[in-house]
Design a protein around this ligand. Structure first.
Ligand code: PMP
Length: 370
């Protein structure tokens, strides 16, 4: 077969807007790196849990589609509800990560030209997923202190009548937690669905989960990625059946694989192990924020997530510092140039005590040097 025409056929076949779109960027960390860029938990599971997982994987029939031979998905849903305080009367559906659920929500809600709104900067995938589904994305600028600008949000809602409003609470990458009153006002004014994305909820005290059955236009999105299970790819969406039965229609039939399901059952038996790791990260977040704020020329933004955003002032350039850290095999996330409000900002995930110490000491050395 003649392949010389491939570029032409691709160009004429793939949507032109997709050809222009850039892919969601994932950094290429090697395993010698201290990896503090993606808000993963830095902790491994203890060996006895890993061994039990190995046995479970051994017994899992991977020749079968998930949930064909038994009621596993149904049972897993009730375990998740029980473990994560999903209220009576609310349903859950699973996603291959909450990324997938963001896609499904937009796919089920938006026809070409419909609008999605989110405060901005926030999770970049809201924007990418909107575009994939031909929706317009309106990012409503945060104020200069990186707090929610409620008036601008309400103006945008009234102007664009969005099908879906995404609110990441706490917000990524800024770490802020929007006030209960602001969220309630947005919920009351939004004509369509409001998705409360609680990816970082384990690191804060507040949650909207108890209210999910009391509000007609709200669903709560969660992920297990930030509490040590990022590689497993499990997100869940919780809400009233009227919303979930519609969104479920666009879900690929077997989006949760049998290994993930089996492993998750096992892991949920060890909630105390997972919770202890989360508690360690909370202590470390405080220590890390404190250590960073003592370094000269750095402003630390308060964070309710498992990460910290900070800005350099004066002649220090975040780009330069990011690259110098990378040379020392420390990978964090560089937000310079991504949005004017994030000018000269870097974001670091909370690591283990050892990783955080190396990071702060290395940063200190770099700052002294430039
Ligand atoms: N929502 C927010 C706010 C996030 O920051 C992320 C990941 N960084 C996600 C959702 C997606 O998480 P996952 O797909 O791993 O569940």
């Amino acid at each position: 077969m003649n392949c010389s025409n491939i570029n032409k056929i691709v160009k004429e076949t793939i949507r032109s807007d997709i050809q222009l779109q850039s892919v969601y960027s994932i950094s290429n960390a090697d395993n010698k790196c201290i990896k503090l860029d993606a808000m993963e938990s830095p902790y491994q599971l203890p060996d006895f849990v890993k061994k039990e997982i190995a046995d479970i994987v051994f017994q899992t029939p991977i020749n079968r589609y998930p949930g064909v031979m038994d009621n596993t998905i149904f049972e897993l849903k009730s375990k998740i509800k029980e473990n994560f305080n999903v209220p009576e009367g609310a349903e859950v559906i699973f996603g291959n990560g909450s990324d997938e659920l963001i896609n499904l929500i937009i796919q089920a809600s938006c026809s070409p030209g419909d609008t999605i709104i989110s405060p901005w900067p926030s999770f970049t995938y809201f924007n990418i997923a909107a575009k994939i589904h031909h929706a317009s994305f309106i990012g409503v600028s945060l104020d200069k202190n990186l707090n929610l600008d409620l008036d601008s949000m309400l103006d945008a809602i009234s102007k664009y009548s969005p099908k879906v409003v995404f609110l990441a609470i706490p917000n990524n990458p800024t770490g802020g937690l929007w006030s209960k009153n602001s969220i309630q006002t947005i919920v009351e004014n939004a004509p369509g669905l409001v998705v409360l994305d609680e990816a970082y909820q384990p690191f804060t005290t507040h949650t909207w989960m108890p209210y999910v059955t009391q509000l007609d236009n709200v669903v709560v999105l969660r992920t297990l990625s930030k509490i040590g299970l990022a590689g497993l790819r499990v997100g869940y969406l919780s809400g009233r059946i009227q919303w979930l039965e519609q969104i479920n229609k666009v879900r690929p039939p077997y989006n949760m694989n049998v290994l993930t399901i089996s492993v998750l059952f096992t892991l949920l038996k060890y909630r105390s192990v997972i919770d202890a790791q989360t508690a360690k990260s909370l202590i470390e977040r405080k220590l890390l924020a404190c250590a960073l704020s003592k370094l000269p020329g750095i402003h630390v933004f308060p964070s309710e997530g498992n990460f910290i955003l900070f800005r350099f002032s004066g002649k220090k350039s975040a780009n330069e510092i990011y690259n110098l850290l990378l040379n020392k095999k420390i990978l964090i996330k560089n937000f310079s140039g991504m949005h004017p409000l994030l000018d000269n900002c870097l974001r670091v995930s909370v690591g283990t005590p050892e990783e955080n110490l190396i990071f702060v000491n290395t940063l200190n050395e770099i700052i002294k040097f430039i």
